[in-house]
Design a protein around this ligand. Structure first.
Ligand SMILES: CC(C)(COP(=O)(O)OP(=O)(O)OC[C@H]1O[C@@H](n2cnc3c(N)ncnc32)[C@H](O)[C@@H]1OP(=O)(O)O)[C@@H](O)C(=O)NCCC(=O)NCCS
Length: 132
């Protein structure tokens, strides 16, 4: 069974060691992962009741008035709860005017099914800061 929560109560770095940031050359540590969750305006977690481990998460940062940005969404491969996490986060952000994220084109269908629409964007990355 999977529990969804917006609370970090009881979550320690040990609950975040399942293999997040797959493919990142220089991933954040579980400790940094917990700090970025705590620093986000909104977070939704999926927790495997059998282990109490976090198996999926989504974050949003926000000005609290008009806009939010969703920087991170990841689900461990054995779990299929990405759509649920996006749905729950978009519901929580419904009071805001604009909710944006960047994704690869192959994921535009995934987000379109949640009512989002494609847009163009710009970005920069400081790769020496990837681990936080
Ligand atoms: C993207 C991600 C969160 C989806 O989570 P998930 O638990 O597999 O999502 P769901 O099971 O609810 O839905 C998956 C649907 O999205 C599609 N999908 C998932 N990842 C995809 C990808 N990389 N490219 C294209 N489609 C993808 C699946 O084909 C599936 O479609 P279906 O229902 O028609 O089979 C997950 O694959 C993941 O963590 N990926 C690595 C991190 C990442 O890319 N995050 C998004 C950053 S913008």
């Amino acid at each position: 069974m999977i529990t969804h929560t917006d609370s970090l109560a009881g979550i320690t770095p040990d609950h975040l060691r399942g293999g997040f940031f797959a493919g990142w050359p220089n991933p954040p540590s579980p400790e940094t992962h917990l700090r970025l969750l705590a620093g986000s305006a909104h977070v939704e977690l999926a927790i495997d009741d059998a282990t109490d481990d976090v198996v999926g998460f989504i974050t949003a940062i926000s000005d609290g008035m008009l806009s939010a940005y969703i920087p991170l969404l990841e689900v461990l491969p054995a779990y299929r709860i990405g759509s649920a996490l996006v749905r729950r986060m978009l519901e929580r952000l419904r009071h805001l005017y604009m909710v944006d994220l960047l994704c690869n084109p192959d994921l535009q269908g995934f987000y379109s099914r949640q009512g989002m629409r494609p847009a163009s964007g710009m970005l920069t990355r400081n790769y020496d800061r990837q681990a936080g």
